[in-house]
Ligand binder design. Sequence first.
Ligand code: HEM
Length: 367
Amino acid sequence: MLHGIRVDEIRSTIRALDRASEERRPVDMKTVFFELTMNAVMRMIAGKRYYGENVEEVEEARRFREIVTDTLRLAASSIGDFLPVLRWLGVGGVEKRLVELQRKRDVFMQELVEEGKKRFGSYGGGGEVEGKTKTMIEMLLALQEKEPDYYTDAMIRSLMLVLLIAGTDTSAGTLEWALSLLLNNPHVLKKAQTEIDNHIGQNRLIDESDIANLPYLRCVINETLRMYPAGPLLVPHESSEQCTVGGYRVPAGTMLLVNVWAIHNDPKNWDDAKQFKPERFEGVEGYRDGFRLMPFGSGRRGCPGEGLAVRMVGSALGSVIQCFDWERVGGELVDMTEGLGLSMPRAKPLMAYCKARPVVANLLSQI
Ligand code: HEM
């Protein structure tokens, strides 16, 4: 239902990159991808655009951006949740600041819920109204009418927040790592570009529905998620009952961390584990591949946004390589050092030059 929003945001990104290409200036791709995913997810949730051009409510956008910056900063310092010993040593104690941040987030999200209620009150019911698709808030308000005790405002605010936290930085980071890898491996970039040219041509922009027909692009994304999983320790799980896992007794109430980064980068599991080789996934049935590859976790608490993530990352990465040639700044290889943070960001934001491809000039003029 919300496909049109994502298409719109990708087109706006392509326009911004086209301007950078004309002006021959390097682009901060961390910001580009972050703003793309933020705008796409917030428009799906609440119909709001808080980053880049055409931002309508300037003060509201400023407050939102402040909340996002604080959220990402505090998430990065919550290491005490993963290693409680650090908390006992007084490192990583961020509870007070988190409580204050949560208060601000609640106020902000509730304002959006109230706006949704006003809109909802004016037309009622779910689905589409006068050709305009309803946002997630409005769909949840429709459910609230039927089951008010379950779909409370607090439940709606929590869902908004979890999608925002789990669905933006992860996809943006994956896009940034993928493009970094492609810049350091131009032959892979060329091969992915050729696949898109052969299947889609140069007269229309790649769409989410094309991804199933672009196996090499999928291999590039899988290989990126193998080397740089956006959830390197998944999220902490807790055993509700005593159980045995791989021969180890796990008492009830134990916090279990799955080090997916280690599994994905283990030379016992992968030939040339340190090498970027998308071809290793060619012809692999079912990408989990015997649980060696689990960038989205697995089972009941696995990532529910996986389908959306693959669509967003696939169509955004596909579009930027369909429309532009890419060059590193300064000629040296892109530094692939990992930085600190729960979603394993790059240590340094990716800067790169994009050059509009002459073969897509006609397409670019229509975007
Ligand atoms: C490349 C992008 C993404 C990656 C790599 C990723 C990865 C993950 C991982 C590893 C988990 C924990 C799974 C586990 O512990 O077994 C998770 C949970 C989650 N993800 Fe994603 N995710 C991505 C994008 C998204 C998107 C786009 C959304 C929704 C808009 C989303 C929503 C969630 C939610 C709500 C959870 C918590 C599920 C629960 O606790 O039951 N994610 N994700």
